[in-house]
Design a protein around this ligand. Structure first.
Ligand SMILES: NC(=O)c1ccc[n+]([C@@H]2O[C@H](COP(=O)([O-])OP(=O)(O)OC[C@H]3O[C@@H](n4cnc5c(N)ncnc54)[C@H](O)[C@@H]3O)[C@@H](O)[C@H]2O)c1
Length: 253
């Protein structure tokens, strides 16, 4: 367990918590004292993440939530508040990169990606922000991507669009909810496993990407989780509407 317990007493929902970055974020937030509600559509790995947290002495539960469903969002948020009495942190992490390369400009793949990556973040943020407004405090961390800043050869066009939507939507919500003590920020990871290795359409070009990255490697999910932890914590109490890029310097050039 971490020594500082930077989220002691906080209640946090993390979406897409069954795998990859979301699992790393759920575990790190729990190790820092948060009671974590780990949400996903894949229950078995989600339950596994929760077991690991409990084995480490943390507090967590797995709750099924398809982020594209407003009903499921309402149920998760209501359930969390009724069980724990508060909701301090939301990490909108769930996302997909692409269905297939051939599908690149199909309307179906546009809708799939926009639904999960953009509408999912919209629904989670709006449902949670209202609860946080009532409380007078809260931190929402939305996972965008470096592809929310630039176009390029590595991503599906709809992925870029969805992550750009997350970036600007988050700023609008930061402005709207700031007066009520609710902070909304975005995190912009560069490429890293597992999304890059499992379902990214251009994973074959990874060597070239590494060559173009100042730190000459892809990232690790824990390196993103540490950024999320900072924005979730009270250490970031005057930080809202901002963008934290964690990409080894890729978009600095
Ligand atoms: N890995 C990368 O290179 C990278 C880079 C930049 C941004 N990101 C973003 O980071 C986030 C996590 O990526 P990852 O690499 O861990 O991906 P991943 O594929 O390993 O994990 C994504 C998780 O989201 C869940 N999910 C998918 N659809 C969902 C839905 N409708 N409702 C609830 N959960 C759903 C999946 O079941 C999975 O557990 C995503 O938003 C992704 O776009 C990833």
């Amino acid at each position: 367990m971490a020594l500082n317990r930077r989220l002691e007493g906080k209640v946090a929902i993390v979406t897409g918590a069954s795998n990859g970055m979301g699992a790393a974020e759920a575990k790190l937030l729990a190790s820092e004292g948060a009671r974590v509600v780990a949400c996903d559509i894949q229950s078995a790995p989600g339950e596994e993440v929760v077991s690991e947290i409990l084995a480490e002495g943390g507090e967590a539960e797995y709750v099924h939530c398809d982020v594209t469903s407003e009903k499921e969002w309402e149920s998760v948020v209501e359930g969390t508040v009724s069980r724990y009495g508060a909701l301090h942190v939301l990490v909108n992490n769930a996302g997909i990169s692409s269905t297939s390369v051939e599908d690149n400009l199909s309307t179906e793949s546009w809708e799939d990606i926009m639904n999960i990556n953009a509408t999912g973040v919209f629904l989670g943020t709006k449902t949670t922000a209202e609860v946080m407004k009532e409380q007078g405090s809260g931190s929402i961390v939305n996972i965008s991507s470096i592809m929310g800043f630039v176009g390029g050869e590595y991503g599906h066009p709809a992925y870029h669009a969805s992550k750009g939507a997350v970036r600007i939507f988050s700023k609008a919500m930061a402005v709207k909810y700031g007066p009520y003590g609710v902070r909304v920020n975005t995190v912009h990871p560069g490429f890293m496993p597992p999304m890059t290795s499992s379902n990214h359409p251009t994973s074959g070009s990874r060597a070239r990407y590494v060559e173009q990255t100042p730190l000459r490697r892809t990232g690790e999910v824990i390196e993103v989780a540490y950024g999320v932890l900072f924005l979730a914590s009270d250490e970031a109490s005057f930080v809202t509407g901002t963008e934290l890029v964690i990409d080894g310097g890729y978009i600095a050039q």
